[in-house]
Write a protein that binds this ligand. Sequence first.
Ligand SMILES: NC(=O)c1ccc[n+]([C@@H]2O[C@H](COP(=O)([O-])OP(=O)(O)OC[C@H]3O[C@@H](n4cnc5c(N)ncnc54)[C@H](OP(=O)(O)O)[C@@H]3O)[C@@H](O)[C@H]2O)c1
Length: 354
Amino acid sequence: MSETVRIVLVGLGNVNLGLIKILIDKKKAIAEQYNTRFNIVGVVDSSGMAVSEKGFAYEDLVNLKYNKGKVNEMTGFLPKAPELIADCITADLLIDASPVNLTPGNPGLQLIKRAIEKGWHVVFANKAPLVLAFDQLMALAQQHKTSIRYSATVCGGLPVVNVLKRDLKLASLSSLHGVFNATSNFVLQELEKGVAVEEAIKEAQKIGAAETDPTLDISGQDTANKLYLIMKSFSDFDGSIKDIEVEGIEKITAEQVSKAAKVNTQIKLVASAYKKENQWKLEVKPTTVAADSFIGSCKGWEMGIEIKSDLYESISFKNYEADPRGTSAAVLRDMIDIQHQQVTLRMKNTNKGK
Ligand SMILES: NC(=O)c1ccc[n+]([C@@H]2O[C@H](COP(=O)([O-])OP(=O)(O)OC[C@H]3O[C@@H](n4cnc5c(N)ncnc54)[C@H](OP(=O)(O)O)[C@@H]3O)[C@@H](O)[C@H]2O)c1
């Protein structure tokens, strides 16, 4: 029989609805390959929270949002602050796919901290709590023996964080460059075709790829958030998000993009990290690159990263993600990873007791 993992979804937008749809599509494979069933026992949206001891039907949640419904219309709605959800239901795992809110008093951060204190594991698609309190959340998780995963926060389905942490063991980062925001990359591509920025953003919103607040994409802040999370995960960088110099693509014109293309170059919103006088220098800015370079080859809905390190020389990889499904899948891979880790831990403890 499958093991049941009780989960709470914070946010019921593109990413978490995509996750529910994958849970429906892959229910059998999840049970057969991972011996697991994910039971959604709590949900939060902008209207509040609802809980269910026996769990919500996946289809009911999809239908609710398809019909533009809100959580406060559901059976199980609790008229309390959503930050208290960890005190209202028993669960194993929380998935945060709520909008980015970088204000220090962000109630979402309180919600996450309470969940960790209750022993819940956390998977993030939302970067904000990690950008606001990376070290604090990691320390809290360690204290309460819970796991945090966040591969979906950096370039959606592209496994940047996982590959760096798992596969580049013992390497010291020398430098990295990347295109981390598909919406702004798409906007630059559309500009070259003569499409207005506003139209390109509307298209990105229509397919669910833009941030809830698309100024985060265009201003370079979303790219900076991702650069920060990569550096916190895979380097000795110990600065703050404020140490990143950020310039967005707001001032880039169609003329500049076309002129660049005529001489086989491309303007890209590039995130870079390199050492200057032994100090990390982190920046996000529009940069002209050769069209046949790796960064130049990241077109439209593609995101990519080029990493140089002492052990692995140069590694580059990219994805094409014109849909939030890859991000939803990244959330699921982290959920499965945590579940697998818990099962292994329990088996070890059982064997120790023998
Ligand atoms: N879309 C992507 O391709 C992508 C890729 C990587 C990472 N992400 C990250 O994933 C997160 C979610 O993105 P999304 O595209 O799913 O956003 P979205 O479609 O705008 O959905 C956001 C959801 O969060 C709910 N919400 C709003 N305020 C809230 C609050 N204060 N507390 C709890 N829930 C709240 C919304 O409620 P209502 O339903 O009531 O409006 C909605 O259900 C964001 O942090 C984003 O940066 C997204």
